[in-house]
Design a protein around this ligand. Structure first.
Ligand code: PLP
Length: 400
């Protein structure tokens, strides 16, 4: 195979393909079109009028539906707007400006705030930290979660470490799932900061690609058992269950943290969009309804993940390594000189997430990680894009 010739032919084709963000495809969104005619009644299960103000914490029937899926007691779950990212952002703003349970002072009064960032990770977590001047310390990611020896050492010795970002299930972008042992150690580890928090972004809790869903240990319950019930902040949403732009987001934690969070939210809003909440309850019904709906997603996107795996294996063999996730939205491709590969792909009309985006401050010290988001393009476009990407990987390897 001649990579220079293949690359010239690729550029010649004038492709325009986008693998940048993990968005559901139009066909996935179509799965929820019935919701556009809901709710059929504006009365909540308790008989209240959902068109009106109120119910800051969210409808109990929706909290009862998603509580078990996110491993949070319904009474300790809050329903927000359409973005869990907004709830993570708000948690940090509130922590900066109003004293969290267990905190000596507001975070803004601390000389330094540090967050641990398992890498590769989710770029938007890192940009929240960057926005507010929070120092980020990368922690290596293993096949069963972050390197817990490093995490335990850093949280024990440095009181400025107030948080860690975790995507515990079908992680973005590697697809790994935290092992029971990793979760147990996160719950049990001594921390120098009394107000240390695990930001447990369970964005892909129900997003399985196989018939054997992976189980995740219950960090919220384990932390309470280890005497630190306030350690864990759980987030999730239906962005990739129903409609990415019109889903519902969730925040769950200890009673004290929930009270603290709602105290902040109460000044922000008189109540959430309860018609959307009702629509979600009517459409998804119960846990089995969610599971059946997610199987339809898996039928649509499973073949796309298989295609990525197949094309990479055929075109690259052992020139690169990549993940084969059992759920979630991403594949992580490890190649030499990732930034150059992404630049070459861009010049050939294949848009990828910038190399480095999976690391704090946009800097991947190994220059090796490329995040592939296979869900949005059609299968045919995806195969073209991955074949083209493989040409770029071979070209850059040949030039080295
Ligand atoms: N968390 C993770 C790990 C994600 O990958 C994404 C989207 O890609 C989000 C959160 C965004 O979630 P939401 O749409 O609820 O803001």
């Amino acid at each position: 195979m001649n990579a220079s010739r293949d690359y010239a032919a690729l550029v010649q084709r004038g492709l325009s393909l986008d693998l940048t963000r993990g968005k559901p495809s139009p066909r996935q969104l179509d799965l929820s079109n019935d919701m556009l005619r809901m709710p059929s009644s504006y009365l909540t299960a308790g008989g209240a009028d959902a068109r009106n103000y109120g119910d800051l914490q969210g409808l109990p029937e929706l909290r009862a539906l998603f509580g078990p899926l996110l491993q949070v007691p319904a009474a300790q779950l809050v329903v927000g707007g359409n973005a869990s990212l907004a709830m993570m952002h708000d948690t940090i703003v509130h922590a900066l400006l109003s004293r969290m349970p267990g905190a000596a002072r507001r975070w803004v009064e601390e000389p330094k705030i540090t967050f641990l960032c398992p890498v590769p990770g989710y770029d938007r977590h890192f940009t929240i930290c960057e926005q507010f001047g929070i120092t980020m310390v990368p922690v290596p990611m293993n096949a069963d979660g972050p390197d817990m020896d490093v995490v335990e050492r850093l949280v024990a010795e440095d009181a400025s470490v107030k948080g860690i970002w975790c995507v515990p299930k079908y992680s973005n972008p590697t697809g790994i799932v935290y092992s029971d042992e990793t979760v147990r150690r996160l719950a049990a580890m001594p921390t120098a900061a009394p107000d240390f928090r695990v930001f447990w972004d369970n964005a892909y809790a129900v997003h399985h690609l196989t018939d054997t869903p992976v189980e995740l240990a219950d960090l919220l319950a384990l932390s309470a058992e280890h005497g630190d019930p306030d350690r864990v902040l759980v987030y999730g949403s239906t962005s990739k269950v129903t409609l990415a732009g019109s889903g519902v987001a969730f925040f769950g934690s200890s009673p004290a943290n929930v009270e603290w969070f709602l105290a902040g939210a109460r000044k922000q809003t008189i109540g959430p969009d309860k018609l959307n909440q009702l629509r979600h309850v009517e459409f998804l019904r119960d846990a089995e309804g969610v599971a059946a709906h997610m199987r339809k997603h898996a039928e649509l996107i499973g073949p796309k993940f298989e295609a990525v795996d197949r094309v990479l294996a055929k075109e690259l063999g052992d020139l690169a390594t990549w993940t084969s996730p059992k759920g979630g939205y991403f594949v992580s491709l490890q190649v030499p000189r990732a930034a150059e590969v992404v630049a070459r792909a861009k010049a050939a009309g294949i848009a990828l997430t910038p190399a480095g985006a999976t690391h704090p401050y946009g800097t991947d010290p190994g220059d090796s990680t490329i995040r592939i988001a296979p869900t949005y393009p059609s299968l045919e476009e995806l195969e073209q894009a991955i074949t083209g990407l493989a040409v770029c990987v071979r070209l850059v390897a040949e030039e080295a």
